[in-house]
Design a protein around this ligand. Structure first.
Ligand SMILES: Cc1cc2nc3c(=O)[nH]c(=O)nc-3n(C[C@H](O)[C@H](O)[C@H](O)COP(=O)(O)OP(=O)(O)OC[C@H]3O[C@@H](n4cnc5c(N)ncnc54)[C@H](O)[C@@H]3O)c2cc1C
Length: 334
């Protein structure tokens, strides 16, 4: 490795972007490859007709002091704010708990803003699906996309994808692929509804008990004064698993029925309705190591599957990965 090491990060979710931004200015040549058309991964938004929805992560909580510092900086930058919405617990149309006092944060104006903001500070290639990593005899890795096109050679590679994609990419590195293989992920069906008239629902979001749904939330991006009333629904992991292979139309109807039952609002037709299946939503059994790095092959991996199934877990894992890469670079370029 020369004195100008290069780092490729695969995946522009919050883990990969945190790693990339933490390395900025310390490592000269960093490139992030993202298979989607925009950064964010599971904090992305989805456009359905005229409306857009946070159909993945809805909010985040903060426990770790390092994450507090990061979130304070995000607040200063104006990309997150505390969520002052009224969140309740529902059971069969009744509010059974209306005082869920945990402090929660949201992106401003949407969750994806955090990822977009971090991405602006990194060299990001979108629509770049890396499907093969080839070790070079002289050290480092060659990257190829799904069409077999060469995407460059890098001294160090960080895989910052969900666990199943990590194990697909680095079969030749059992120190990483084996722990990643052992991580199971939940499925989550997400429903996106838009109504022409505002529904008679006083709260902003609810955890739902005894229902196919586990969560419903009025979409928070400021809509036009007379704009549609948009709702995101998340089905429970158990229900989503059971209906993982079902037709979208069937799932949509089941989620809509569950929405009316949960909210006790008289059913009527939404102006638009759509569903999305997160096949790899949340890691059930993270490996409890902040990140993985194999020095002898200059390759590492990070993501929420290492730490905890939430935004905080992804960010802290990305930070830990950057720390390991920095230590490796110092050792090998001193
Ligand atoms: C429905 C749902 C609800 C959630 N709700 C919450 C919540 O309320 N609060 C909370 O804190 N967390 C929530 N989460 C969890 C949170 O979204 C994740 O923990 C976090 O976003 C994971 O970030 P990550 O960077 O580890 O992975 P991801 O966000 O999955 O990022 C991985 C990235 O890698 C890219 N990628 C994959 N393979 C390749 C490849 N071969 N080449 C290039 N790029 C590739 C993907 O496109 C993706 O952008 C929720 C998640 C889901 C799905």
């Amino acid at each position: 490795m020369d004195n100008q090491p290069s780092v490729a990060i695969i995946g522009a979710g919050l883990a990969g972007l945190t790693c990339g931004t933490a390395l900025q200015g310390l490592v000269p040549n960093i490139k992030i490859f993202e298979k989607s058309v925009f950064p964010g991964g599971r904090v992305s938004r989805l456009r359905v007709g005229e409306n857009e929805f946070n159909h993945g992560a809805q909010f985040f909580t903060v426990n770790n002091p390092l994450f507090w510092n990061i979130v304070s900086a995000w607040q200063t930058d104006g990309i997150v704010r505390p969520w002052d919405g009224w969140i309740v617990e529902l059971q069969k149309g009744q509010i059974i708990n209306s005082d869920l006092a945990t402090q929660r944060f949201v992106g401003v104006p949407r969750m994806q803003t955090v990822a977009e903001n971090l991405a602006r500070r990194c060299g990001l290639a979108t629509s770049a699906n890396i499907s093969e990593l080839e070790p070079q005899r002289e050290g480092g890795w060659r990257l190829f996309n799904e069409r077999g096109d060469y995407q460059g050679a890098y001294d160090i590679v960080v895989i910052a994808t969900a666990a199943h994609q990590v194990s697909e990419l680095c079969r030749s590195v059992p120190e990483i692929s084996e722990p990643a293989d052992g991580v199971d992920m939940t499925v989550c069906w997400s429903g996106m509804l838009a109504f022409e008239q505002r529904l008679n629902i006083p709260y902003d979001a609810a955890f739902v008990l005894d229902s196919p749904l586990s969560w419903i939330s009025r979409y928070q991006v400021s809509q036009a004064e007379n704009g549609p009333d948009c709702w995101v629904l998340h089905a429970s992991p158990e229900w989503s698993q059971q209906y993982a292979a079902s037709f979208r139309g069937r799932v949509m109807h089941a989620l809509l029925d569950a929405f009316w039952e949960a909210t006790d609002v008289k059913p009527h037709k939404p102006a638009s309705a759509s569903v999305h299946c997160w096949k790899h939503a949340l890691p059930i059994n993270p490996i409890s190591e902040d990140s993985l790095f194999v020095e002898s092959q200059a390759i590492g991996a990070c993501g929420d599957w290492c730490t905890a199934p939430r935004i905080e877990g992804a960010v802290l894992s990305g930070f830990s990965m950057a720390d390991r890469v920095m230590k490796y670079v110092h050792k090998n370029t001193a």
